[in-house]
Design a protein around this ligand. Structure first.
Ligand code: UDP
Length: 141
């Protein structure tokens, strides 16, 4: 196992539900440390740029609209196997299919308003962290 960093976003639905602290608490109690964080209301070009890999998917337009619908909380998380650990804590993309006790099972409504984003690989984590944070603003533990 290795110490990794991953990018997490608390999406507009979860920010509006006032559960940032509850979600942070799940990270912290599962060995993930918040090493950078900022609240941001994404512009269209920022949301489109972040999800550029999904540009051809049928849900792209709605996904971008949703991500622009309110502020999001963006954080870099650090810990042992952080990429996989965060994905495990998040649960499946569709909250109806997410395991009990996961963030999406507990806080998400639907596949398109699903509370959190998490990098799906170490390579993408590096790209996504750099998208939001200059390296000087990520504080290693
Ligand atoms: N998404 C959607 N409809 C779908 C599949 C995905 O709205 O049928 C959205 C959903 O918000 C998801 C995001 O697109 O979180 C990115 O999709 P991905 O397959 O990468 O899922 P994730 O990695 O977020 O679990």
């Amino acid at each position: 196992m290795a110490v990794e960093r991953t990018l997490s976003i608390i999406k507009p639905d979860a920010v509006a539900k006032n559960v940032i602290g509850k979600i942070y608490s799940r990270f912290e109690s599962n060995g993930l440390k918040i090493v950078a964080s900022r609240m941001i209301h994404l512009s269209r070009s920022e949301a489109e740029g972040f999800y550029a890999v999904h540009r051809e998917r049928p849900f792209f337009k709605d996904l971008v609209e949703f991500m622009m619908s309110g502020p999001v909380m963006v954080q870099a998380l650090e810990g042992e196997s952080a990429v996989a650990k965060n994905r495990e804590l998040m649960g499946a993309t569709d909250p109806k299919k997410a395991d009990k006790g996961t963030i999406r099972a507990d806080f998400a409504e639907s596949i398109d308003a699903n509370a959190v984003h998490g990098s799906d690989s170490l390579d993408n984590a590096k790209i996504e962290i750099a998208y939001f944070f200059p390296s000087m603003e990520v504080y290693s533990s």
